[in-house]
Design a protein around this ligand. Sequence first.
Ligand SMILES: NC(=O)c1ccc[n+]([C@@H]2O[C@H](COP(=O)([O-])OP(=O)(O)OC[C@H]3O[C@@H](n4cnc5c(N)ncnc54)[C@H](O)[C@@H]3O)[C@@H](O)[C@H]2O)c1
Length: 333
Amino acid sequence: MRVLKSITLEKISLSASSIAPPIAHFEAPLEAPFHVCRHIRCAAQNLSTIPDLSTISSDVKSNPRCSARCRLSYARTGQRMNGTVVITGAVSGIGLSTSKLFLAKGWNVMMADFNEDLGKKVLEELLAEYSPERLAFQQCDVSSARSVDAMAQATHDSFGHVDSVINNAGIFAKGAVHEIDEDVWDRVMATDVKSIYLTTRAFVPEMIERKSGTIVNTASISGLQGDYNMAVYNAAKGAVVNLVRAMALDYGKYGIRVNNVNPGPTMTPMFRSNPQSVIDEFAQASPLGRLVQPEDIARTMYFLASDESDPITGQNIPVSAGFEIYSGQPVQD
Ligand SMILES: NC(=O)c1ccc[n+]([C@@H]2O[C@H](COP(=O)([O-])OP(=O)(O)OC[C@H]3O[C@@H](n4cnc5c(N)ncnc54)[C@H](O)[C@@H]3O)[C@@H](O)[C@H]2O)c1
């Protein structure tokens, strides 16, 4: 029996073969947390060395709670499995940059997006760099319960588990309240707000069971302040700004953290569709004299989804080049 500091591999296999066993019998904590496979994470997270695969019992390798892919990768390589993240609105703009960053950091990524053609193209490009065991695309309309549930099933089929959900898909519409068509109002609210309810309903039960997980929503500085001619977007993002607090309160006792990133004007296809003169005007209105890049948002998403941001929860984090901090008073000499 190989001994890793004060924890034996026998104990790992015992723990991993049953569902969420107590870890009180481990003489943890040790340094350098890592895991071999998320399904034995509760047992292995406090170990400081990757265990020798041959010393881990077969009941761990055949644990039905591991997906086929997870078991296969584990059995073949003995390498640790990294976290799995679901990212919605993943094939364009902020979602695409965020997907690329998580892949570069070694996570498994389920890219969910409405746009199937673009999704297939993006997937093909990314598969030139990353293994299909680490990456999947699922066409998904985040405003539809059936579609989100199918995406959740596909995620479990591919990766077996989910550690983090990034609710990023969102749409925008212009107009004062009385000018907005009812179907446009409903579509924005469903895509930007109801979607968070649907993905949470689909993924949070397993996080509750595992007593860990993170959820990151893309809100907006338009949820923190009002804008001219953007009533439904203000309403939708304002809802997300307070929803994060409710979710953080309700799920905190399960070790689940929930936070928002609130982008300012960000150079994505959504924002680039403005005339250049408008884009320049936006840049000049920021105290830093610049717009935000999707990569800026991606880094904050990663921070909030990963253990690096522990114990931050229930927060709205503007990533905005300071765009929203101005009170609007005229400049004084
Ligand atoms: N770009 C900005 O300036 C800015 C500022 C603040 C907040 N945001 C927010 O950031 C998020 C991402 O926006 P972006 O700028 O990257 O836009 P984008 O248009 O580049 O990307 C949005 C993605 O969401 C997908 N999508 C739209 N409706 C969907 C649905 N019903 N189901 C699944 N996917 C759907 C689109 O296909 C697209 O791939 C949105 O929530 C947006 O409101 C953007």
